[in-house]
Design a protein around this ligand. Sequence first.
Ligand SMILES: NC(=O)c1ccc[n+]([C@@H]2O[C@H](COP(=O)([O-])OP(=O)(O)OC[C@H]3O[C@@H](n4cnc5c(N)ncnc54)[C@H](O)[C@@H]3O)[C@@H](O)[C@H]2O)c1
Length: 436
Amino acid sequence: MKTPEIAPAKGKLGILLVGLGAVSTTTIAGVLAIRKGLANPIGSLTQMGTVRLGKRTEGRSPKIKEIVPLAELDNVVFGGWDIFADNSYQAARTAGVLDATLLDQIKPELEAITPMSAVFDQRYVKRLDGPNVKKGKNKRDLAEQLRADIRGFKKQHGLDRLVMVWCGSTEVFLKETAAHQSIESFEKALEANDLSIPSSMVYAYAALMEDVPFANGAPNLTVDVPAIMSLAQQRKLPVCGKDFKTGQTWLKTVIAPGIKARLLGVEGWYSTNILGNRDGEVLDDPESFKTKEESKKSVLDYILQPHLYPGLYENLHHVVRINYYPPRGDNKEGWDNIDLVGWLGYKMQLKINFLCRDSILAAPIVLDLALFLDLAKRTGMSGIQEWLSFYFKSPMHAPGLYPEHDLFIQLMKLKNTLRHMVGEELITHLGLEYYD
Ligand SMILES: NC(=O)c1ccc[n+]([C@@H]2O[C@H](COP(=O)([O-])OP(=O)(O)OC[C@H]3O[C@@H](n4cnc5c(N)ncnc54)[C@H](O)[C@@H]3O)[C@@H](O)[C@H]2O)c1
């Protein structure tokens, strides 16, 4: 395999976030705080991760950012859109994730990041409404306005490159339609204000038309349609999604591979959450919850492979619940009960109680995705970025392939992709050479 040429990360990188809510403001404030030396980038592979190169005996484990040219945090500029006009300081205070003492130390920088007016239609997010919304004669016109925003932002900040990450709300469950089949049908549908084009697709289209790679942090359909994928291929742009893998699903993709490795049976997996932030409020609408539920539920089927192990996993009852419970704010509590079956059919139970913080887990993912997507583009990689599956609950995959959900396989794929990018030997863990 030929080693790709990687263009250097010169100049500034604009990170455009759709939705300046809890996740986005926690990401932005985090990067600003890290830049000022107020905090460490805990949870971020691009900032703290290492990659082993060569044989175990060589002792070479440089940082990821030392082997591939990633944008420096000092060269990152944030921007975005929201239906509320609050600046990032006010939005971060409303989200209530980070302490005011930290936010006040970066207040002027946060206040300077104000949202551009959004493309929004309440039919796709029923529990939300806000004033900072664009008007246009049809969705094509709205897409053109977003494109003008992107160009204006690039010019205003003297940016070299841009990436866009969807951190907006979860939209209602949508299925692929005829309008999504080709770029032509999609553009016609934009003009006809077709209901099958939600706001998130208008952003994705605008991003790709402006040569901006796109990551989908919500479980929305957005880029998972042939029209948007053809556009990404045609314009040679990387895309990835969907739905950040942060709390309960992340743990599921750590624990399920362990259970499967030991060939223990699973009769049932009951997952429930209480969550009190705006995301929880949006997900309280059954139509938005359906989008999330589909994304969360697919994981176990793929990891446990009931078609290969019918006796162990065929009748698994997998239940996922999210309950909106305001007192907890962004501090989600998740419970998992797993009903296991062991040797001779003897039953066991495993209980997990995860008191996590949603946006604290999501923020380093947003940062990594932005930096890795920018790297992918500079490396000439386009279309679906399967190596970024590590970050998603429902990783995108080529037609005819099944998605890889096991976190450890995903991490190996990510690191091997980095090794491949720089012409280092891939690590297979065969290891016979140590015993020759
Ligand atoms: N935090 C996590 O652990 C996590 C994990 C996986 C996925 N997600 C997803 O990430 C997204 C953001 O989560 P959050 O906790 O920040 O939610 P949030 O409600 O705090 O923020 C979302 C923001 O998006 C804005 N918005 C909605 N539609 C928009 C549009 N069309 N254009 C511009 N802005 C729009 C909202 O006004 C809001 O400010 C949600 O879809 C959530 O499901 C979050």
